[in-house]
Design a protein around this ligand. Structure first.
Ligand SMILES: [Zn+2]
Length: 484
């Protein structure tokens, strides 16, 4: 009650002084308009006060420049002492600055951090990779969530390179190469949070070359000269058939290998080395092969004239020695108990022995097919096909339409369908007709023509200084692969 009374008194007093003030100025007839204007001005002042204050701070005269030269070391000391709180003592200094990709790269070069490059596999997501790297669950989510602020992680494609920066076992940074020189990174700050940012750095393509002489075997000597193991096996896989690595290559044979790789501006290598050329000269053999990817085509080994290497279909597409349990042709069927034409060859091997693609091609069928059980058929170039039956299982990421390289695992030996025990039933077809898998089944290489040939030769000339000589006809024609 007392408060109400006081309020009423105060209001009345205010009204009295209000009216008196206007009357004394002779402005009573305008009091409403003036009141509103005053109120608006007051409001404007309140709203603009903080803004005005900020502006006036900025307008403060700049401090006079220090003319005295302060050595860098001293400057560092100054900033550090300013940042250390007295009560922290020897505790590490926390800097507000964000960690940067180039800083991580420098630390890798100093040996403080390690960096692994990982190529995203078919059917893998970033989470799968982080899982594999044993990144704790909460960190995984933080990384993914921060990256998703910049890109849609579902748009990542197989083969995309991921750089993983590690401090011993702990992941401290991750960088995705979207395309050459363009990265999206997420780096761990000192407070444990993850900051995403995009980074456009200079990435150069460099080449390395190894020239050597074979002592005993090609693979042994190439490795000795420093050719990476994966390139050695790529060469052997591709040229096996064209060259007999056991009889054509002997002591004194020379080899010449060129590979390409990408390097960041800090001199850090990204991804693995890619083979671009291999030359082998010795005895009667002289071959020069360029590893080239034509536009909209698949990577292959080409001679200087733009012909891709002819390839023989593998006779035993298994990753282990296999015994022929039933040959191709007419035979007495052990289950059906009558003479039947055997359309393929049966290779007995332990359950789950890896089955490989007998030549480069596209998966045409993948699934159960009656008595064949679990079955895959692959379509190769120039009317060739191969089929694999009674499999125990398929390689997980394979599907109809997947492209597979010669020697790439496609599934595992089993005994599904009409089968007496674990074995691979393997068929080779040319223009829909079955042929003997142990015959010399050669898939003829393609010849680049027209503009595609011009593009290839311009590229090849940039790869090898002796390209013109390779082209000038001193090269013997590509020999047909010998039967195994
Ligand atoms: Zn069979």
């Amino acid at each position: 009650m007392k408060i109400k009374e006081t309020l009423r008194k105060a209001t009345r007093a205010t009204q009295f002084f209000h009216r008196r003030a206007y009357h004394s100025l002779g402005l009573w007839h305008l009091h409403k308009q003036i009141d509103v204007s005053l109120a608006l001005m007051l409001l404007l002042c309140i709203v603009s006060f903080p803004v005005l204050m900020k502006c006036s701070f900025k307008k403060l005269p700049a401090e006079p420049e220090v003319l005295e030269v302060v050595p860098d070391e001293e400057l560092n000391n100054i900033t550090e002492t300013e940042e250390v709180h007295e009560d922290l003592g020897d505790a590490p200094v926390e800097k507000e600055v964000h960690v940067s990709l180039s800083e991580l790269e420098k630390r890798v070069q100093l040996g403080e951090l390690t960096m692994d490059t990982y190529a995203l596999q078919k059917g893998e997501s970033l989470l799968t990779v982080l899982n594999k790297e044993k990144v704790p669950a909460n960190e995984r989510m933080n990384i993914v969530e921060s990256l998703e602020l910049l890109i849609n992680l579902k748009s990542l494609k197989p083969g995309m390179e991921i750089m993983l920066f590690k401090d011993k076992e702990d992941l401290v940074g991750l960088s995705l190469t979207l395309k050459e020189g363009e990265n999206i990174s997420v780096l761990k700050e000192i407070d444990g949070s993850w900051t995403p940012f995009s980074h456009t750095g200079r990435v150069e393509t460099k080449t390395t070359r190894w020239e050597g002489v074979v002592e005993r075997t090609f693979s042994g000597s190439a490795k000795k000269y420093g050719v990476p193991e994966n390139l050695v096996s790529q060469i052997i896989n591709a040229l096996d058939g064209e060259i007999d690595f056991s009889s054509d290559i002997r002591a004194g044979t020379t080899f010449d290998v060129i590979a390409e790789y990408k390097q960041t501006e800090w001199g850090l290598e990204i991804g693995s080395k890619q083979l671009v050329y291999v030359g082998i000269t010795g005895g009667s053999k002289e071959i020069h092969r360029y590893v080239y990817t034509p536009k909209n085509g698949t990577t292959g080994f080409y001679d200087a004239k733009g012909r891709s290497v002819s390839k023989q279909i593998m006779k035993r597409p298994l990753k282990a020695k296999a015994r022929v349990s039933s040959p191709f042709g007419t035979r007495f069927h052990p289950i059906l108990k009558y003479k039947i034409f055997h359309k393929g060859v049966d290779l007995a091997a332990p359950k789950n022995t890896p089955i490989v693609a007998a030549a480069d091609g596209t998966i045409e069928l993948l699934g159960r097919k009656g008595g064949y059980g679990k079955y895959i058929s692959i379509k190769h170039a120039n009317g060739w096909k191969t089929a694999y039956a009674h499999m125990n299982g398929y390689r997980k990421d394979l599907k109809v339409g997947s492209y597979v390289k010669r020697g790439e695992v496609i599934g595992y030996v089993g005994s599904t369908g009409r089968s007496t025990g674990p074995h691979l039933h393997f068929e080779v077809l040319k223009n829909k007709q079955v042929v003997a898998p142990f015959g010399t089944n050669i898939i003829q290489g393609n010849q680049l023509t027209g503009f595609a040939l011009e593009q290839f030769q311009a590229w090849a000339e940039s790869v090898h200084p002796d390209f013109k000589q390779h082209l000038s006809g001193k090269i013997p024609p590509i020999p047909m692969p010998k039967p195994f």
